[in-house]
Design a protein around this ligand. Structure first.
Ligand SMILES: [Zn+2]
Length: 149
């Protein structure tokens, strides 16, 4: 039985700011992000299983990403928790949905963070092989299993 890749695509709005960055992303701004998560596995061969013929139920993959990533990060502001100005804005109500992470919230670092969150929730019969995070129409980052094994 061949391996098959299964992907699920998500869309969410998120703001970030790059502390001490030497360009426009040093200012708080948002993006309409697209996240595409791809896993690999072999289709279920158990004719008595409700998941017969599936690598993973699309709904299973959807609910993992929805619960662990989208519900948390959608309409949030992501900041580097080491930013010196952070204590000045923490009490402003508009910033109440703020997520402080121990790194610069670039697309690259957010992608790796999402992978760390997703991986333990995947069922053992599938392997995470590709994660794609699109920040704008012309800019995206990708992680591939084959680049990192
Ligand atoms: Zn940005």
């Amino acid at each position: 039985m061949s391996y098959i890749r299964i992907s699920k695509e998500f869309h969410f709005e998120m703001a970030h700011v790059l502390d001490e960055y030497d360009g426009l992303c040093a200012y708080v701004h948002g993006h309409s992000y697209t996240l595409i998560v791809t896993v690999k596995g072999k289709p279920n061969t158990d004719k008595n299983s409700p998941k017969y013929g599936m690598v993973i139920d699309f709904n299973t993959l959807k609910s993992i990403i929805q619960k662990e990533i989208i519900e948390l990060f959608d309409h949030s502001l992501i900041v580097n928790k080491n930013a010196e100005w952070l204590d000045k804005v923490e009490n402003i109500k508009s910033f109440s949905r703020i997520i402080k992470l121990p790194f610069q919230p670039t697309s690259e670092n957010l992608l790796l963070h999402f992978i760390d969150i997703i991986t333990p929730h995947l069922p053992p019969e599938v392997t995470l092989v590709q994660v794609h995070l699109r920040e704008t129409n012309s800019s995206y980052v990708e992680w591939l299993y084959e680049d990192n094994k």
